[in-house]
Design a binder for this molecule. Structure first.
Ligand code: NDP
Length: 296
């Protein structure tokens, strides 16, 4: 079998277009221009690239983009003061603090300081709790992206889904979302016994591990859908780098029914979901109905 490639770039472009349409209507009817503030502490080169492309896509969707760059030695108190200012700024509807933060800053304290209504990353304990209890919430963008991509292949109800990885950012919220879609969910991690066998039970396998090409072809049930969240930079012999996922793509696509590529899968969709969350936040803060952008 040769797997169908789930084209994250094209699906993301479609979602961004829908978001832009909703943003235009919000502006025309209510005078609200959704605004996304991105806070970057230090000069992590990969983060700087993400932040630039976030700004460009935010503006292309008819939203305002605010960038706040702080030096690597900025104190936690300075960062918390900036967040307090952004929480109170009516032009800002979404706040994203780019992770990872320098080691002297506690990310939990920073996330807890965000106004949950503006927490477009969906990491605040209030949003995590609302997701877990089935209440409307701002949901983390990468897990949301995974679910939307997986649903382009087939409905998720009743599927055996395995999520490898249990981070607060990806694995745990992804498991919650899949459960809400009525999948039967297993969460695997570094202590899971016989991981290949657990993965082979999956109709839907999501890998969020952070290890290049860790999931091999023989982890995959024939015909399964594979969602590869991993973004790993591996060095090549000529000194250049290449991005690979957590799944060995060539092997996996010989067995799977459908698979996301890296790059061009979950990554672009994550950014589109961030814009969708900013639009949702802007609507909710104004007391307007939250638009249905995708069926998520
Ligand atoms: P974390 O490092 O926070 O979590 C990794 C998880 O993988 C942990 O739960 C860990 O288990 C598990 N794990 C590690 N080694 C193994 C192993 N040998 N067998 C089974 N499980 C293992 O990573 P993140 O969740 O933040 O990110 C995961 C990947 O997704 C990374 O490549 C990251 O770059 C990428 N990513 C991509 C995004 C996108 O937009 N596409 C956004 C966010 C992340 P344990 O808990 O037991 O240690």
């Amino acid at each position: 079998m040769t797997a169908r490639i789930i084209d994250g770039k094209a699906i993301a472009a479609g979602l961004r277009e829908k978001v832009a349409g909703h943003a235009r209507r919000l502006t025309e009817r209510h005078g609200i221009v959704p605004g996304l503030a991105v806070v970057l502490v230090g000069d992590h080169p990969a983060s700087a690239v993400y932040v630039r492309s976030k700004a460009a896509q935010t503006e292309a969707a008819g939203m305002r983009s605010f960038r706040h760059q702080m030096p690597a030695d900025a104190t936690q108190a300075e960062l918390l003061a900036l967040i307090a200012r952004l929480n109170g700024d009516p032009a800002v509807h979404g706040i994203l603090v780019q992770l990872p933060l320098p080691p002297h800053i506690d990310p939990h304290a920073v996330i807890a300081a965000l106004d949950p209504m503006k927490d477009v990353d969906g990491f605040h304990p209030i949003n995590a709790g609302r997701l877990a209890t089935g209440l409307p919430a701002l949901v983390p963008c990468t897990p949301l992206a995974c679910v939307i991509l997986a649903k382009t292949v087939r409905p998720l109800a009743g599927l055996a889904a395995v999520v490898v990885g249990r981070s607060n950012i990806v694995g745990k919220p992804l498991a919650q979302l899949l459960l809400a879609e009525n999948a039967t969910v297993t969460i695997a991690h570094s202590k899971t016994r016989d991981l290949p066998a657990v993965c082979r039970g999956a109709d839907l396998l999501c890998a969020a591990i952070g290890r290049p090409e860790f999931v091999r072809g023989d982890f995959i049930k024939p015909g399964a859908t594979v969602i590869d969240v991993g973004i790993n930079r591996v060095a090549l012999a000529d000194g250049k780098h290449r991005l690979v996922g957590d799944v060995a793509f060539a092997e996996a696509s010989a067995v799977a029914g459908a698979i996301t590529p890296v790059p061009g899968g979950v990554g672009p969709m994550t950014l589109a979901c961030l814009l969708a969350n900013t639009l949702r936040a802007a609507s909710a803060i104004a007391g307007l109905p939250v638009p249905v952008i995708s069926d998520q």
